[in-house]
Design a protein around this ligand. Structure first.
Ligand code: CP3
Length: 361
């Protein structure tokens, strides 16, 4: 064993996490020297090196399922900006074939699924074996840990059942979610069957990611913000709770971050999910979000991604405003949603550097 490996082991044995990377310590709620930073959807479309790779590997399925390619893309934003978090380059739909659900990513239309709207079709969904269905995910996570060492935290992620179900029922991305809402009204039992199957598989899949090196898990229920509170309590929250409880039962020390878009009205409900950190979008101010969530839960976010289209002095000012509100405690700096495809790379760098150079008083 090398000296550093022995030291790390001794530190772990002594219960000290001094050797752990910054974002992991912050996500656990420990006092840290500065707020860590990463960007949702940081790997991918806004980077020229990614667009160059797309010429060689034209489909998203290739880019996310060939381990060497996914690894390279995951590392691109880390090399460019030295973010504190490195997220696996993959998609929330990636595990679906393991449940006997086929999908395609159309470069213009986004995800495409032959819709699931009948009992017969929902009955064809199966239990997933993550290692069999997604060995490339395990391989990329293991390699990411080797590549970044303790300089960054490796994040895994999953889509939560309601958001995944929107793609299965609608068959594509949607604006109004009328088909899934119709199913919730006319055949709620069928929708619950689908949600429960997704839930059991996704819990296993998240644990598989942790077993292979993910140090933090972000769970995305991006489209649950379209639900009325009543429907959220019936179709989203119970399954969020189950997925997170499954993760916690096997890996109690792995921090879980939950994200929902348009979640301003849902913050108190998100706090009930069992997540350690709520990722806040930009439609609510961070100080209000912290007040409503209470002192026992951390926050992530929440710069409007559109701010990265503005001049550097504005990026700096608005980023620092958020950092001041959080006071540096229980906070992971991020955008309020994924980085926009048109974001100039120097502006993303300006955002990351602003966070890294900011000193809390
Ligand atoms: O954006 C979110 O709300 C996060 C959750 C989410 C992801 N994928 C995670 C993701 C959602 C809702 C999806 C669905 C999906 N998959 C979409 C959105 C379509 C819609 O309904 O609006 C799209 C375009 C895909 C396919 C996809 N996923 C592509 C083409 C790419 C690569 C290029 C890009 O657009 O950035 C992805 C990558 C992806 N999807 C990541 C994550 C966490 C990559 C890892 C990262 O850098 O964060």
């Amino acid at each position: 064993m090398s000296a550093t490996a022995a030291e790390a082991e001794a530190a772990t044995a002594a219960g000290s996490s001094e050797k752990d990377p910054l974002l992991l310590r912050a996500a656990r709620g420990e006092k840290v020297e500065r707020s860590p930073v990463w960007m949702m959807r940081q790997a991918g479309r806004h980077m020229q090196v990614y667009r160059d790779l797309c010429a060689k590997y034209p489909t998203f399925r290739e880019r996310s399922e060939i381990p060497e390619v996914s690894l390279e893309i995951s590392l691109q934003p880390w090399r460019a900006y030295k973010t504190d978090g490195v997220i696996l380059f993959s998609d929330i739909l990636t595990p679906l074939p393991g449940m006997n659900v086929e999908f395609d990513i159309d470069e213009r239309r986004g995800p495409v699924v032959e819709p699931y709207r009948t009992q017969e079709r929902v009955d064809t969904m199966t239990k997933m074996d993550p290692e069999e269905a997604c060995p490339f995910v395990g391989s990329v996570l293991r390699d990411l840990r080797k590549e970044v060492g303790n300089e960054a935290t490796v994040l895994g992620f999953v889509g939560l059942p309601y958001t995944l179900a929107t793609y299965l029922v609608e068959g594509q991305t949607s604006r109004e979610y009328l088909e899934i809402k119709k199913m919730g009204l006319s055949d709620p039992k069928l929708l619950h069957q689908m949600l429960q199957t997704l839930c059991d598989n996704i819990g296993e899949y998240a644990c598989y990611q942790i077993d292979n090196g993910a140090q933090v898990i972000q769970v995305f229920d991006s489209w649950a913000g379209h639900l009325s509170p009543r429907d959220y309590d019936e179709f989203a929250l119970p399954y969020q709770k189950q997925v997170i409880a499954k993760i916690k039962s096997k890996h109690p020390d792995v921090p879980v971050i939950i994200y929902i878009k348009q979640s301003g009205a849902l913050l108190e409900r998100m706090a009930q999910s069992g997540a350690d950190i709520v990722s806040v979008d930009w439609t609510v101010s961070m100080d209000e979000a912290m007040r409503r969530l209470g002192p026992n839960i951390g926050v992530q976010g929440n710069l409007d991604p559109a701010v990265l289209m503005g001049p550097h002095d504005q990026i700096k000012e608005r980023t620092e405003e958020i950092l001041k509100m959080t006071g540096g405690k229980n906070h992971v700096m991020n955008l309020g949603h994924g980085i926009e495809a048109k974001t100039p790379e120097p502006n993303a760098k300006c955002f990351v550097d602003t966070v890294k150079n900011f000193k809390h008083q």
